[in-house]
Design a protein around this ligand. Sequence first.
Ligand code: FE2
Length: 438
Amino acid sequence: MTMSTLFSLVIASASALTLSKVPVPAVAPVVTQAPEQIRLTFTRDATASTMGIYWVTSNKTSDDYLATVQYGLSQSSMTSTVTGTNDNYTAFKIMSPSIHFATMTGLKANTFYWYRVGSPVYGWSIDFNFTTRPIDGDFSRYPITWAAYGDMGISNSQATADLTAKKIQSGEASFITHAGDISYADNRASINNGSIYEGVLNDFYNEVQPSSAYGAYMTSSGNHEAILGYLAYQKRNSPSLPQNGGPFWHSWNFGPIHFLAFDQDQNWQINSPQYQFITSDLAAVDRAVTPWVVAYNHFPLVCSNYFWCPDAVKFQDLYEPIFNAKETKVDLFYAGHVHAAEILFPQQKMVVERNDWNNVKSTMQIMAGFPGDIEVCCNDWYKPKPAWSYWREDDVFSDGGMFGFSEFTIQNNTHARLRMYDSNNATIVTELWWSRAV
Ligand SMILES: [Fe+2]
């Protein structure tokens, strides 16, 4: 079975989701198959009336498990019900948990909801809540804040998971983007014939649940998802990913912001399917509706660390001019892969446009691959720091021992703020405001 065929099957099953009235017993049953790894995810929906959700139950989940979400405007009135799909896969002879996906429908934009997931027979999760998105073109939610990183595993990452969860649960941040390298389970694939691979994935998705059960957790793929033909990534992410591009490249909106995710590990050459998607998606943006355009990819276009950055040039050569062209302009681009943090001055082809942050014409470029993971790398920086690099992790931590994330706040149609956090100390290590030229 080809990857595209596999994905088509996943889409076909996802499209079979239907609203139904599931009888709810007056007395909640004992939870015999407890939901875990609960994760909200945006769909591509201009009216913000839908929200996708994943959860898993054990790999011994009963065949008659009716994956169900109950939701409503108050905790005492979760009267809407939707049912979803069950799926699983086998990796290294270990069966995955049963992966459930459903799409809540009929939601009102900018509205606070309660929900729980589970099964009428086998029990429910605790109650969670979230706030829906604004519709496309609704500017009333400014300022809009989200957390962003790539490269998060189950090692060295608890502080980032805790701090981002605090922000999501308090409403300070609305969602998280994770630009590839999810869990680093593949790094353990050689241990005991892969017997702990699936457990690492499960631990990861449980670690981020305090965020992902309360706000959308938007993923894209990185090199660490490639194992077994991206099997786990596709099974655990594809049903929700906006249906206009597939698991490896897709776009979605949050009110006045258009987000584009892609993956340089897939064919990105000129006129490849991914190239065609990126260029046509950007060209189709109605900037009166979504004045901000944000792109993320696992790999940077340009950076100043000997781990990977010398290899970025060929990708930069093709895509940086596209992101800076008027018709396909990207205001902000961020990436990971390098397990470190860097902020570039507004620049193109490493020629600095300006040394301040007013009326920036070039794509702002950020690297944030430092939330915490098992690998030790990426403390070998270009010396001296290039003129086009404004701030790097080694400006504050020379030993590469900082773990944290980026936080973006879009204040209005022209102004935005970037913060870099040190998660272990819960401190902001650098902050800047910029305005984009319009
Ligand atoms: Fe990577």
